[in-house]
Structure formats: structure tokens, C-alpha cells
Design a protein around this ligand. Structure first.
Ligand SMILES: O=P(O)(O)OC[C@H]1O[C@H](O[C@H]2O[C@H](CO)[C@@H](O)[C@H](O)[C@H]2O)[C@H](O)[C@@H](O)[C@@H]1O
Length: 255
């Protein structure tokens, strides 16, 4: 439904970052943001009455750096932190002393595997093995699994694309989308969530349950109902919606 100015009132759009808005790169800091993306996201946010948020495993500050000068609503660290209308909550490293000790252990135990990267995000941590030799990748995965196990039930292991992350157990992208949906401008709108990874499957399930529309980007088994082939297709869709094309996610190809 749209008003005379073309604003769409029916949908709220939630977007994963890596593998959805941008192509996967060899290292977390090597991601390239298409120059047309940010202006299109800003126009689309306006069209959706502000109901557009990034839902990512990255910290909010990192998303700001990639998408500057814009500042979007963001759920960062898989929902551990959330910024709505400029107000940031959650994600304080000092609230996670056990995790901090776990990060030290990860550094110590992976030090001999040169191409294994530790991405310390304060209130969560990722161990990356994309650039590692197969044997080293296996060792890195075993280490992050052991550290996550030893941290106990307050934390969970989140496996993704050549990465294992340790995240506070209470946070998921599904919870983050539901939290956004409790207040304006998101409340009362039908959620659309686009994501590409195992971490996004949790949110696809809850979005489906709540009557929203889940869209898997790329290949792989999924509980999502719709599919787009690549981040390039996602950006083309965002550009079209930003320019006024009808926002009708039910017409996207089935998953
Ligand atoms: O929730 P997302 O926005 O999809 O973030 C998930 C993780 O993405 C990043 O790692 C992945 O992308 C990197 C850059 O393309 C790639 O090098 C890596 O292999 C992928 O796993 C990011 O570094 C993590 O912090 C995010 O949690």
C-alpha cells in the first residue's frame, strides 16, 4: 500500500550484510561496497517510512564504516547490539569477562596457524579459516568448537561461511527482527528478511512463523520461501524498489 508521495506502509525490510548486500571477500576487511548501494538504501528507507534495518554479525561501528556517510538502524553481532533511531543498546565487551578469556585462549591456540584470523568484536568473536590450508582450517574449527563448549550455556557457536563465531546465547537475528518489530516505524508491518548464511536460517524460521517473507541469497538448503541468486541481484532489487517499482516480494522466485 502506498500514499500519494509513494511511501510504502505495508513492509519492513531487514537486510543481512556479508553475502547479501556485498559479495564475500577473502578477508573481513576486504569487502567492497558498490557505490550505488548506499544512496539506493537511503531512498528505499524513505519509501518504507524508515522501516529498513541491517541485521548482521558485524559490529554496528563496522557497518557504519562500510556504509558511510549513512547511518542505518542496525542489529549487530547477530543481535547482541541494536541501534534504532540513533540509540545503541547492548554489545559491551566488559559485560562478557568469560568470553574475553575465551578470546585470549583462541589467540594462543590458533597462533601457529598463520592464515587463521581472529576477528575480535568485543561481545562476540569470529575465527576465520577461509585463507587457511585444509588441515589448518580443520584445526581452527576444532579449537573454536572446544572454546565455545567450555564457555558453557551462556554462549553458542555460530558456524558460517569458513567461520566459527562465539556469540552470547540469548542473541539471534530472529530475536533482533522481533525486537525491531515491536516499535515504530517497524510495528504493524510485514517483515521481509534477506540473508545468505546459516546464521540467517534462524531468522528465516521466525520470520516465516510471524507471517513475513524470507529470502535466501545464493545456493544451499534453506527454510526461506524465496530466493535470489547473488548480492548483485539483491542490489538490483533494492535499486528498483528505491526507484518506485512495486514492492511485491511474493513475486520473487521460490526457494
Ligand atoms: O551476518 P552477516 O552480515 O552475513 O555477517 C556474517 C559474518 O560475515 C563476515 O564474515 C564473512 O564475510 C567475510 C567477508 O566477505 C569473509 O571473509 C568470511 O569468510 C565470511 O565468513 C564477518 O567477518 C563476520 O564478522 C560476520 O559475523
Amino acid at each position: 500500500m502506498s500514499d500519494a508521495a509513494g511511501h510504502q506502509s505495508g513492509y519492513a525490510l531487514f537486510l543481512d550484510f556479508d553475502g547479501t548486500l556485498v559479495e564475500i571477500a577473502p578477508r573481513p576487511d576486504a569487502v567492497q561496497v558498490d557505490p550505488t548501494l548506499v544512496p539506493a538504501l537511503e531512498r528505499l528507507r524513505d519509501r518504507l517510512g524508515g522501516a529498513l534495518a541491517i541485521v548482521t554479525g558485524r559490529p554496528v561501528t563496522v557497518i557504519d564504516a562500510f556504509l558511510k556517510p549513512a547511518r542505518f538502524d542496525v542489529a549487530g553481532l547477530h543481535g547482541v547490539e541494536r541501534r534504532v533511531d540513533g540509540n545503541l543498546t547492548g554489545g559491551r565487551a566488559e559485560d562478557h569477562p568469560d568470553l574475553r578469556a575465551g578470546v585470549e585462549r583462541l589467540h594462543a591456540e590458533t597462533a601457529r596457524y598463520e592464515a587463521v584470523l581472529i576477528e575480535d568484536k568485543g561481545a562476540s568473536v569470529a575465527v576465520h579459516w577461509r585463507l587457511a590450508a585444509p588441515g589448518d582450517a580443520q584445526a581452527a574449527e576444532a579449537i573454536v568448537k572446544a572454546v565455545a563448549h567450555d564457555l558453557g550455556s551462556a554462549y553458542r557457536l555460530q558456524l558460517g561461511k569458513a567461520v566459527g563465531e562465539i556469540v552470547p546465547a540469548s542473541a539471534t537475528k530472529g530475536h533482533a527482527i522481533r525486537a525491531f518489530s515491536e516499535a515504530a516505524p517497524y510495528a504493524g508491518r510485514r517483515a521481509i528478511f534477506l540473508g545468505d548464511d546459516r546464521t540467517d536460517e534462524i531468522a528465516f524460521a521466525s520470520v516465516n512463523e510471524d507471517g513475513g517473507i524470507s529470502v535466501r541469497v545464493g545456493e544451499g538448503e534453506t527454510v526461506a520461501r524465496r530466493r535470489l541468486a547473488s548480492p548483485a541481484e539483491v542490489r538490483a532489487l533494492i535499486a528498483a524498489w528505491a526507484e518506485g517499482a512495486p514492492i511485491d516480494p511474493e513475486t520473487l522466485p521460490p526457494a
